[in-house]
Design a binder for this molecule. Structure first.
Ligand code: SAH
Length: 316
């Protein structure tokens, strides 16, 4: 198996790699030494807890490809602040300029390449969805209360791109675990007034806030005309009223893919869902015309659990 390569990892806030052999860390040119030092520190910290794993020498600057060798199977959990967090300090201009700069950076460094995704992310200002006092444009998840987070911009961009072909004008989209409403708003912009974008979250207070967020955004008219709807409910049951869906996104990690969501996916449709507990994979579930499903893993991820309301509020 070739060694995993973390490329352009400036946009990665939490990245899990299961590796045996070597890990190649290929920094993008935009990464500054501080960011790499943070990564090294995590890598060293983890590596030192693994018997016989050799921690790489840590230098303050690391402009080129680094290869770290581990003599046994290890699981690496790399976390770090994003370069965007630091870059943001140097950005000037208004909110929309900063939002555009964030989107440009995600695209420039290869997180996504779709013009349609860039357009919708530029139109939906992330700052309207991130609680006040947070760095709205940093590439990191942010707490939104109730043991939930708004996902990092690179995850939003990744999911939008995976679902792009299933979010054409007139199509139906379901966003389970809609949280702040950010992605539901993006979906609504893509499917347009003749389509449907339905967000479901089981915390009624988050649903209320998400409605207020959307009302301030470029998707406000879609909320008003009903093509964008945000509901309180257990998203594991989907939202049968507007099924079948061309696109289903799940914003919380499920122990397994909920059957009602498979049933509510249209033949020819696609679901993107994180599956797992400690180690999670972002699964891409395609429903074939005969009703069978094909599942593949896109990447390793870290999401809050898709669970009961009580379990979430208890924090387990
Ligand atoms: N995608 C959203 C939120 C991600 S956090 C955003 O980026 O803003 C995951 C969300 O899933 C939380 O808001 C949490 O309340 C919700 N959630 C978890 N389990 C759920 C369930 N069973 N039904 C509905 N929502 C759920």
């Amino acid at each position: 198996m070739p060694p995993p390569i973390l490329q352009g990892c400036g946009g990665v806030i939490a990245y899990t790699v299961r590796s045996s052999g070597s890990l190649l860390l290929l920094p993008s040119p935009h990464l500054n030494s501080l960011f790499l030092t943070i990564h090294h520190r995590h890598l060293r910290a983890f590596a030192s807890s693994v018997t016989a794993a050799k921690a790489p020498p840590c230098s303050s600057r690391c402009p080129t490809l680094r290869s770290f060798h581990f003599p046994q199977n290890v699981s690496l959990f790399l976390t770090g602040n994003s370069s965007f967090l630091k870059m943001e300090r140097f950005w000037s201009g208004n909110s929309i300029d900063k939002n555009k700069a964030m989107v440009d950076n995600l695209k420039r460094y290869g997180v996504f390449n779709s013009d349609k995704v860039a357009e919708v992310m530029e139109n939906i200002d992330r700052a309207l969805f991130v609680p006040n006092g947070n760095s709205a444009y940093a590439d990191t998840p942010m707490p939104i209360g109730y043991n939930a987070t708004i996902s990092a911009p690179h995850m939003h961009a990744t999911c939008l791109q995976l679902l792009e072909d299933y979010l054409k004008p007139g199509m139906h989209a379901l966003d389970v675990g809609s949280g702040t409403g950010y992605l539901t708003a993006c979906f609504a912009m893509m499917v347009g007034p003749e389509g449907r974008a339905i967000g479901v979250d089981h915390i009624p207070e988050l649903v209320e806030t998400s409605i207020k967020n959307v009302e301030k955004s470029a998707a406000a008219s879609l909320l008003k005309d009903g093509s964008l709807q945000l509901h309180a409910g257990d998203g594991r049951q989907g939202w049968p009223e507007f099924a079948p869906y061309d696109a289903i996104h799940v914003g919380a990690a499920a122990p397994e893919i909920p059957q009602p969501l498979i049933e509510q996916l249209k033949p020819g449709g696609r679901m993107v869902i994180p599956v797992g507990s400690i180690f999670q994979d972002l699964k891409v579930v395609d429903k074939n015309q005969d009703g069978s499903i094909s599942v593949r893993s896109e990447t390793s991820v870290r999401y809050v659990p898709l669970t009961s309301k009580d379990a979430q509020l208890r924090g387990n």
